[in-house]
Structure formats: structure tokens, C-alpha cells
Design a protein around this ligand. Structure first.
Ligand SMILES: Nc1nc2c(c(=O)[nH]1)N[C@H]1C(S)=C(S)[C@@H](COP(=O)(O)O)O[C@H]1N2
Ligand SMILES: [Mo]
Length: 217
């Protein structure tokens, strides 16, 4: 117990020293579960689809099978939750949204400026398109070599991470990735999502510590 505590403190200090611990965060070695509402349970994925719509040349819909046939990558992210915990070197597998563009599977219209993630039970979260097209964002199906657990977003979640040791403008807090993701909509106007309407920052940059609203939206 005490040894774990020392170990945690030592790792945290290491991350601080190497510039990987954002302001106001502490290191966790657990993987907390955070969301509003119930966890969807899927009997099978035969009815499941993932859709891209809005300001794209052509709307796209993938079945679970088709989605899994897309080229996947393995990514190691640091993840930062607005409630104060950071978890380092987490290993994910999934599809980069920008891969779908590179493959010509989706073409954004020039007016597209924001991406809205749509999840089960109506949860949404919004970001500028630069964020979801950056290396920060993954359409994740696996964590640590295993399919996502139901609580962490099975079968698909938007994952908002930070690349270890490369702090940048597109590093946002973890709530900017929707668990149980079903669609991404591209829009011209911004549209604050669930937590954004509940008082969280719209921009959510971890290095500038944008946690909650400052003044008017
Ligand atoms: N669909 C959905 N996704 C969600 C949320 C939610 O309430 N619903 N909460 C967000 C928040 S606030 C956080 S901190 C992360 C937590 O992810 P985790 O439970 O895998 O740690 O999921 C995000 N994605
Ligand atoms: Mo959160």
C-alpha cells in the first residue's frame, strides 16, 4: 500500500519534470470510469452502425464489420481528465479520422469547421475539426490489446489523448472523446455538447487549464 503510494509519487514527479503533467493534474495508476447516464449493453453488433454526416460531400455509414476492416493503428497517449487525474502511456488501437480522409472515404466540404461526436443516449461533444483530424484523436476499439470494456465505451469511442512529451494546442481533456460513439457530424457553426452545456469549458485545452466556463460563453 505505502509502497504503491511512493511509487505513484515518484512517477508523478518524473512526469512533472519531463513536462508531461499538465497544471493542476495528478497521476493515477487506476483507470477511473466517468460518464453521465447508463452504460449501453449490446447483445450483438448486427444493428450497430457508425455514420459520418453533415458537411461532407457524401454521407457514409459503416457496419461493425466494415468499420473493423478499416486500417487501424496503435497509439500511445497520455490522457487527462478534467476532474484532475492523468494517466500516462495508455495504449489504444483504432482508426484515425484523418485516415478516412486520406483514403478518400470522406471529403469535407469547405464550410466544415466543427465536428460533433454523437453517442448513445444523446451524449454529444464538440471540437474544431483540427482537433479530431490531428493525431490526438482516435476512433478507438481496443485498450491495452483488448476490446474496450462496456464502461470504457465498447464497441467504439472517440478518444482524446495527448502524445507523450509533445505538448500542443490540440491536447484537450478526455471528455472531448465520446464513449459509445455512433456518428460524427461536421458543421459550420459550433454546437456545445453535453458537458459543455453543463458548465465545462468549450475549448478544454489541458495546458491552458481550460476546465470550466470563464465568464460568458
Ligand atoms: N457517451 C459519453 N461519453 C463520455 C462521457 C459521457 O458522459 N457519455 N463522459 C466523458 C467524460 S466527462 C470523461 S472524463 C471520459 C471518461 O472516460 P473513461 O470512463 O473511459 O475514463 O469519458 C467522456 N465520454
Ligand atoms: Mo470528465
Amino acid at each position: 500500500m505505502f509502497e504503491n503510494f511512493l511509487n505513484r509519487r515518484r512517477k508523478e514527479e518524473e512526469m512533472r519534470q519531463s513536462g508531461r503533467l499538465p497544471p493542476g493534474q495528478t497521476l493515477t495508476q487506476k483507470f477511473p470510469v466517468l460518464h453521465y447516464g447508463p452504460v449501453p449493453i449490446y447483445k450483438d453488433l448486427s444493428q450497430w452502425t457508425f455514420r459520418i454526416f453533415g458537411l461532407v460531400e457524401e454521407e457514409r455509414v459503416w457496419s461493425w464489420e466494415a468499420f473493423n476492416a478499416l486500417p487501424k493503428t496503435e497509439v500511445v497517449y497520455d490522457i487527462h481528465c478534467v476532474t484532475g487525474w492523468s494517466k500516462f502511456d495508455t495504449r489504444w488501437r483504432g482508426v484515425h479520422l484523418r485516415t478516412l480522409i486520406e483514403l478518400g472515404l470522406i471529403k469535407l466540404r469547405p464550410e466544415a469547421r466543427y465536428a460533433i461526436q454523437h453517442c448513445e443516449f444523446g451524449y454529444t461533444t464538440n471540437t474544431p475539426i483540427e482537433v479530431v483530424l490531428a493525431d490526438n484523436f482516435l476512433l478507438a476499439t481496443h485498450y491495452n490489446g483488448e476490446p474496450l470494456t462496456p464502461e470504457h465505451g465498447y464497441p467504439l469511442r472517440g478518444l482524446m489523448g495527448a502524445l507523450p512529451g509533445q505538448p500542443r494546442d490540440t491536447d484537450l481533456y478526455l471528455w472531448k472523446g465520446g464513449k459509445w460513439l455512433r456518428a460524427i457530424e461536421f458543421t459550420a457553426e459550433d454546437r456545445p455538447g453535453f458537458w459543455e452545456q453543463a458548465g465545462y469549458s468549450n475549448t478544454a485545452n489541458v495546458w491552458r487549464e481550460e476546465r470550466y466556463w470563464r465568464g460568458l460563453r
